[in-house]
Ligand binder design. Structure first.
Ligand SMILES: [Zn+2]
Length: 79
């Protein structure tokens, strides 16, 4: 397709990839490059760690939120 093996991707590109913001088609060159480039594997590993933490925080927040919604729905259906 393109010369993805010959150039590195930007930190912004890896951030978008790690956040799942890229389409399958857009992620493909990044994934192909990742297989052959330890430097970018490191770059993505940093984002992966960041995303994992962010997701953990978000899911904690979300589960708290959905629990309070669930109890509100339960209360509403009881009345
Ligand atoms: Zn690279």
């Amino acid at each position: 397709m393109n010369a993805s093996r010959d150039r590195h991707f930007s930190a912004e590109a890896w951030e978008e990839y790690a956040r799942g913001m890229l389409s399958e088609e857009d992620s493909k060159p990044l994934e192909e490059h990742l297989l052959v480039c330890p430097a970018c594997q490191d770059a993505l590993a940093g984002w992966d760690e960041y995303i994992r933490v962010a997701k953990a925080v978000m899911s904690r927040t979300r589960s708290r939120w959905s629990k309070s919604v669930a109890s509100a729905v339960t209360l509403a259906s009881q009345t």
